[in-house]
Design a protein around this ligand. Structure first.
Ligand SMILES: Cc1cc2nc3c(=O)[nH]c(=O)nc-3n(C[C@H](O)[C@H](O)[C@H](O)COP(=O)(O)O)c2cc1C
Length: 326
């Protein structure tokens, strides 16, 4: 058995305690809020825990000595942004005392107005459910109002160091789960579709995630996308037993006219998409919604239903209605 690091005769050594607590493997989050004048505030935090599904609650612990403590302790809302494996620089920035942490990190208002990082593993936009005073920290319990997620690999943390998670997706998950990863790729008002060889048009799909802004499509084409401009758009299952779909929207780095594409790929004006030649009803419905949203430049993220369901609007602030359809 391990020797005790403290006993009743010797008080707790906080350095040793911290070291022991640090053996617990966690992810890394950036928690964000706004102070009274609307300035975004944020810090790196790994004290994140899910608490309840009904109602949907989570918690983070905020140190009272943090510069942003006053903002977290008074704002009616906050967001938790889980970081992916490529974001150690974001974690270091938000763990610093830098004055303008948000200047170089792209963020959005989604539901509560707390900053949601455009690029992250998953995010939860919360109203404050309760604050619990706990020693040198305050436990902030949030009720999730909107959230988003991606299949990226998480950034891990253990013993004071970042750690990569080996095999972040269960072996063969994408294949066995069968999710189809499709892309809505836009270039100057046109959308890229791929011929299915039977007179129909389908979304271009890819097996691997984007690396260095290059997307390798199934079928062989490699496209260069505008950096930091790929967003999750829709996650849904279809009713007839087809595998689920994970759909991203992205922009091509060059204009559609100069893109060198193989014969099966073609750009269509977004207001003239070939809906009747789209074999999957749900994809056709999603494309109609995409065309509508593209006209107003206000995109939603749609989870878990054929054509909408729960949604969070991304873009200019807009009231969010649970279970509303566009
Ligand atoms: C991996 C990691 C996890 C952290 N977790 C927490 C945490 O859960 N709560 C906390 O108050 N500080 C945490 N910190 C420390 C804060 O990020 C740090 O004190 C930061 O400077 C606070 O920013 P601010 O003073 O500008 O508010 C963590 C730091 C790192 C690197």
């Amino acid at each position: 058995m391990l020797a005790p690091a403290a006993s009743t005769s010797s008080p707790i050594d906080s350095v040793a305690l911290r070291r022991a607590l640090g053996t617990f493997v966690t992810g890394v989050t950036v928690i964000t809020t706004r102070d009274a004048d609307g300035t975004p505030r944020g810090m790196t935090a790994n004290s994140f825990t899910s608490v309840s599904l009904d109602p949907p609650l989570l918690l983070v612990c905020v140190g009272k000595s943090a510069h942003s403590f006053a903002a977290f302790n008074s704002s009616p809302s906050f967001a938790v942004n889980l970081l992916h494996e490529g974001q150690t620089d974001v974690s270091n920035l938000f763990a610093s005392k830098a004055a303008n942490k948000f200047d170089t990190v792209s963020h959005d208002r989604i539901h509560t107005g707390s900053p949601v990082l455009t690029d992250c593993l998953s995010w939860f936009d919360c109203t404050v459910h309760r604050r619990v005073d706990a020693g040198d920290h305050v436990v902030l319990i949030g009720e999730v109002q909107a959230f988003g997620t991606s299949p990226s690999a998480p950034l891990g943390f253990c013993r004071g160091r970042y750690a990569n998670v080996k095999d972040p997706l269960p072996p063969g998950w994408l294949a066995s789960h069968g999710m189809i990863v499709g892309y809505l790729i836009e270039a100057d008002g046109q959308l890229l579709l791929r011929s299915d060889g039977k007179g129909g048009w389908v979304l271009p799909s890819a097996k691997r995630r984007i690396a260095d802004n290059e997307l390798k499509l199934e079928g062989g084409d490699a496209l260069t996308l505008v950096p930091d401009d790929t967003f999750l758009y829709s996650v849904f299952d279809v009713t007839d037993g087809d595998p689920g779909y994970l759909i991203y929207r992205a922009r091509l780095a060059q204009d559609s006219a100069s893109a060198a594409l193989s014969a099966g790929l073609r750009f269509f004006p977004i207001d003239q998409l070939p809906y009747d030649a789209i074999p999957t009803r749900e994809i056709s419905a999603m494309l109609r919604r995409y065309a509508r949203e593209s006209a107003s430049k206000r995109f939603g993220i749609y989870m878990d239903s054929n054509d909408g369901g729960r949604l969070a609007m991304v873009g200019a602030a807009q009231p969010w209605a649970p279970n509303s359809q566009s």
